[in-house]
Design a binder for this molecule. Structure first.
Ligand code: AMP
Ligand code: ZN
Length: 119
């Protein structure tokens, strides 16, 4: 018997343009869009177009794409005007870090003082 497994991923859908998002940066490999529930005046998520579920799933081949996420974060911060003042980048991995969307994403938070340590 042939089994058809249908999987769906919110951020794959956004990357494919099947779901709306407020996109602030895009390239062939990377997309950045505003978080729907912002935790700072500027809260953007940077994702690879390729589906990678969590940081634990990264392979050697993904080194370049992860570098591109960081370069996109720098661009987003520069364009939003908070690069010099400061900002935070975060990747939550799995339950204890509160990951809720299992397509790897880099949070870029800025526009206010961000306390440390995080909650
Ligand atoms: P995390 O908890 O690290 O998995 O972060 C997932 C983030 O995705 C949360 O900050 C959510 O607010 C955000 N989010 C969920 N759905 C959407 C959406 N449709 N568009 C933009 N951001 C979203
Ligand atoms: Zn995905």
């Amino acid at each position: 018997m042939r089994q058809i497994i249908v999987t769906s991923c919110l951020f794959c859908d956004i990357a494919a343009g099947k779901r709306k998002a407020d996109v602030v940066f895009e390239s062939d490999d990377v997309l950045a869009f505003r978080d729907i529930s912002p935790q700072a005046p500027h809260h953007v998520l940077v994702i690879p177009r390729k589906h990678i579920a969590t940081l634990n799933d990264l392979q050697e081949d993904d080194a370049e794409i992860m570098g591109k996420l960081l370069l996109a974060a720098k661009q987003v911060a520069g364009a939003a005007g908070f690069a010099e003042k400061g900002y935070r980048t975060v990747i939550n991995c799995n339950r204890d870090a509160g990951q809720t969307v299992f397509h790897i994403h880099l949070h870029v938070l800025g526009g206010r003082y961000l306390g440390w340590p995080p909650g």
